[in-house]
Design a protein around this ligand. Structure first.
Ligand code: SF4
Ligand code: SF4
Ligand code: SF4
Ligand code: FES
Length: 940
């Protein structure tokens, strides 16, 4: 359990500067130069009253409550805006400042509703606290004068209320939105008494640019901006620190409870990944965990056409074990396997892969990372020697040039995007390489220096062209290459060929050669150049090639091994990194060690007391093919909805239908469960103990804030299945699983729950050489010794636009929804995104007679679906875009089985399609009255 209120030192910490010493109320204190008097006082143990100051924001100096007296200086300066100086003597409690503070507070209170006892913030209101701290006993001005008591509430946001009658115009909300979140949605309108907080130009929060991150709510010292859950449920009384279960940023939260009820999630200030910030999903979208759709009792059925039958746990577990054993007896161990989940904890993933290898007797275990970041694992291992990103998130604050490739951080990784935007506002230059004009290209106070709007499927040609410029214009870091790398000459000869020049590829890529040259020079000449990328890099037929292409580029420019540089995958799901680390690929045991390595296998065989197969098992797409051939018959799907998230859904569902036994462990009956014979209820992240590993290799603790609603822990259910199959697996607690992981995995050797309790979080590798973990990798040398340049010839995808399918479809996600939407669709986040839309360029739309809101048919060579069109020039002509959050749209019905040559990661980002008008949107109800109910639903 942690403190509900975290200490607030008033102004941000200053780092790295020389130390100065001063005295506050007779107490000596030493602080870095540049520290405010307020912070120095707080560090000395003296709390100075404050309202407009908080240590998350730059000092503003508006409330005048923090006045102090300083020996030798005239007047009463504001301690939040006054820098401490060496030898300074500060007095914070003189009669003079006490009188001034009381006057200030009197003015505030005279225009503040006196409803403290019934106010939602009672007990958590800084105005209330400060009135007490300054000893306010009376308000001489009375309450009869002009005031704001009747100001109208804005309740447009589903998660928080804005009650301007309680506003003290401290501007903390405005500054939080600007400085922390970087959305600039709020302003202070008017002057003097008339000044007020306004979202946008007098709009409601919902109609403004607000992205509902909640930073303003957290910053507000009064009940003006307040979570609806606190208003409805009351102030929480205890908290548990845990980790968000949505994206790969891995934000830490204090889950605040009242009794056993979760009231709110407050981003944890000490969270290594988020440092007190969050997005709408992590802070507000936790309602799915208690949604009535949750399945809490195990269910079985003989055939998928039978109705489900609720059973006791023992019967469900026994059924799984009996039927898996039966398949194994008749068809061999190669006929059964499992898919692990990147949404589950490291400990759960570890026991699932152990169950497959030790109890099933095969290596047929794969992970949903197969369909997202498997090329990252391959590409970075080949070049750097480690299947993981090189930096911690903090590192971006040192980057001078940031290259964002195939990722949309403001929607997919919002808290990291805020960090990145802070750095760009400080002056870092930005290069965006993406077919779509993502928000980062142009947003308040951010303008990309270069947007290379390439044709989908031409990533490798573009990165090669950039590297071509770097090499042929002599921009390489020769000393870094000579000291740290191998294979440069061969690569340089390849990349210098004319066929890789920006001019040679510009027609193919659609990117003007001059833009490529300018971007290449900018990146190569930066003191620190950092690359961040996502699924727009990996989900291609050359996903692994592209990862190696970026690694080559970074090495050529010496941009590896220190702060502000690196090659960094922004991982999609909360535990993609962890699920890969835990050995859930069919060819690798934990720590990315090949199953064919006798010495590695021996370690596991000795500990597990069994013999392991030296040959890799089946990958997910191979499992589907083998199922259709009749050689793969039993699948345990742990927390993944493959029937919605994998490509060519028709093929996936045919494969699932062909299997004798499909076991699904999940929170809800998802699309995959429709093909299942056994359903095992899962636990939400709020019910779990364990760890997640985020995109920066940070191992974060997940702590249960409530008991599993189904009565069982997921890791325990897996162990019971293994045991029932004749391979006893038993742990008392997930900490024992982590101890085992540390025993068999060198990069986790120093990790334990005890260490995590002390450190908060640890970035692997964590071993004897790096007992506190490794924020930045490859500092002195690469994990593989020398960094390896790998030639990366561009090979066009076989997926081409044709006369029949003339457009290219690419896919992505939206801020308010998450993956297949199983969680976010069961929260109030649907207020922002009720359906998947097809973004189409105005010219392509006009050619097809399509207007905004029309229902259109989206067809590829493998399938077709219908959805509504959104006319948008974010895409170039010839390219359409959609999200994949709603099963009813089934965007993956049209994606093909093309995949990355090295890893089989599907080529989600390039599908040749045709779009045709299916049904016009009804813009005039009277004209289309005969269209009935459906027509009304389609009205804009
Ligand atoms: S809404 Fe809250 S944070 Fe914003 S100005 Fe008013 S009191 Fe300050
Ligand atoms: S919720 Fe976030 S984006 Fe919206 S106004 Fe507040 S700080 Fe800005
Ligand atoms: S950025 Fe990601 S990890 Fe952080 S709160 Fe949002 S969804 Fe959760
Ligand atoms: S806290 Fe210093 S002026 Fe408001």
């Amino acid at each position: 359990m942690s403190l509900l209120k975290e200490p607030d030192f008033g102004t941000p910490a200053k780092e790295g500067a020389a130390t100065i010493s001063l005295e506050v109320d007779g107490l000596p204190v030493s602080v870095p130069e540049g520290t405010s008097v307020m912070r120095a006082a707080a560090l000395a143990g003296v709390d100075i009253p404050k309202l407009c100051a908080t240590d998350r924001l730059d000092a503003f100096g508006s409330c005048r409550l923090c006045l102090v007296e300083i020996d030798g200086r005239r007047g009463t300066p504001a301690s939040c805006t006054t820098p401490a100086a060496d030898g300074m003597v500060v007095r914070t409690q003189t009669p003079k400042v006490a009188r001034l503070r009381e006057n200030v507070m009197e003015l505030y209170i005279s225009d503040h509703p006196l409803d403290c006892l019934t106010c939602g913030a009672n007990g958590d209101c800084e105005l209330q606290d400060m009135a007490g701290a300054v000893g306010l006993r009376q308000v001489r001005y009375g309450y009869e004068g002009e005031n704001h008591f009747d100001a109208i509430k804005d309740q447009s946001n589903p998660y928080f209320d804005f009650d301007p009658s309680k506003c003290i115009v401290c501007s903390r909300c405005v500054r939080a939105c600007d400085e922390i979140q970087g959305t600039f949605a709020l302003t202070i309108e008017g002057r003097g008494f008339a000044s007020k907080v306004s979202p946008g130009a007098g709009e409601s929060f919902m109609d403004s640019e607000c992205v509902s991150c909640g930073a303003c709510v957290q910053a507000c010292p009064t009940a003006t901006l307040q979570e609806r859950s606190v208003i409805e449920l009351g102030m929480p009384s205890r908290s548990v620190i845990t980790t968000c279960a949505y994206c790969g940023v891995g934000c830490s939260f204090k889950a605040e409870l009242r009794g056993d009820e979760l009231v709110r999630m407050v981003p944890h200030k000490d969270g290594g990944a988020n440092e007190g910030h969050s997005c709408v999903k992590g802070r507000f979208a936790f309602g799915y965990a208690t949604h009535p759709d949750r399945v809490l009792r195990p269910m079985v059925r003989e055939k998928i056409t039978d109705p489900w039958r609720e059973v006791e746990w023992e019967e469900a577990i026994g059924t799984v074990a009996r039927r898996m054993l039966e398949i194994r007896r008749l068809h061999g161990a190669g006929a059964i396997g499992a898919i692990t989940s990147s949404r589950c904890t490291n400990e759960e993933v570890y026991v699932v892969q152990k169950m497959v290898r030790a109890a099933f007797g095969s290596n047929n275990v794969d992970t949903c990372a197969r369909v997202c970041h498997s090329p990252t694992g391959y590409g970075l291992k080949q070049t750097f020697g480690e299947s993981a990103g090189t930096q911690d998130f903090r590192s971006v604050a040192q980057a001078d040039v940031i290259m964002v490739i195939g990722v949309n951080p403001t929607d997919g990784h919002p808290v990291f995007a805020s960090r990145m935007k802070q750095r760009i506002r400080q002056g870092a230059r930005l290069i965006v390489i993406d077919p779509r004009r993502i928000d980062l290209v142009r947003s308040p106070h951010i303008t990309a220096d270069h947007h290379l709007q390439l044709n989908p499927g031409t990533n490798v040609a573009v990165v090669n062209a950039i590297a071509h410029v770097v090499v042929t214009e002599g921009l390489v870091d020769e000393s870094f290459i000579a000291a740290r790398c191998e294979g440069f000459d061969e690569w340089a000869e390849f990349i210098s060929r004319e066929e890789n020049s920006p001019e040679a590829v510009q027609q193919l890529t659609g990117v003007p050669a001059a833009e490529v040259r300018a971007a290449a020079r900018l990146y190569a000449q930066a003191s620190n150049g950092a690359i961040y990328y996502g699924l727009g890099v990996t989900e291609h037929s050359q996903g692994s090639t592209m990862v190696m292409g970026m690694a080559n580029l970074a090495m050529a420019c010496g941009n590896i091994g220190r702060d502000g540089v690196g090659v960094n995958p922004l991982r999609g799901q909360n535990n993609v990194q962890g699920s890969c680390d835990m050995g859930s690929f069919p060819h690798e045991l934990s720590g990315y060690r090949h199953v064919s390595d006798d010495a590695v296998r021996q370690v596991f065989e000795n500990l597990w007391g069994t013999t392991l197969l030296p040959e890799p098992g089946l990958r997910i797409p191979n499992m589907f093919d083998a199922a259709l051939e009749g050689t793969f018959r039993g699948l345990f799907v742990h927390g993944e909805d493959i029937a919605q998230s994998d490509p060519n859904v028709g093929h996936v569902t045919a494969a699932l239908s062909a299997m004798e036994l499909v076991v699904v462990q999940d929170l809800f009956i998802n699309e995959t469960a429709k093909f299942a014979h056994v359903f095992l209820p899962g636990a939400s992240f709020l019910e779990k103990d364990g760890t997640f590993t985020n995109a920066e290799r940070r191992i974060n603790r997940v702590r249960a804030v409530m008991k599993p609603k189904s009565g069982r822990h997921e890791w325990d259910i897996v162990c019971q299945v293994a045991t029932a199959m004749g391979y006893p697996m038993h742990y008392d607690h997930p900490r024992q699983i982590m101890d085992e992981i540390a025993t068999v995995t060198p990069t986790f050797a120093g990790v334990s729950f005890e260490r995590l309790e002390q450190a908060g979080s640890i970035q692997w590798p964590c071993d004897a050489d790096a007992p506190d973990g490794t924020p930045i990798m490859h500092v002195e040398s690469f994990t593989r010794g020398k960094g390896r340049f790998v030639p990366t010839p561009f090979v066009p995808t076989e997926e081409r636009s044709t006369r029949r399918f003339p457009l290219i479809l690419t896919t992505g996600r939206i801020l308010s929804q998450y993956n297949v939407g199983a969680q976010t669709r069961r929260t109030a986040n649907i207020a922002w995104h009720q359906e998947d839309l097809l973004e189409i360029h105005p010219h392509d739309a006009e050619d097809r007679g399509i207007t905004d809101g029309d229902e259109v048919t989206l067809a590829s060579r493998v399938g077709q679906t219908k959805l509504r069109a959104k006319i948008s020039d974010r895409m170039p002509t010839g390219v359409v875009y959609t999200t994949f959050h709603y099963p009813v749209t089934g965007a993956n019905v049209v994606t093909t089985e093309n995949s990355d040559w090295a890893t089989n990661c599907p080529e989600y980002k390039v599908t040749a399609v045709q779009v045709a008008l299916a049904r016009p949107a009804v813009r005039d109800r009277t004209a289309h009255a005969q269209d009935g109910v459906l027509a009304v639903e389609l009205v804009d």
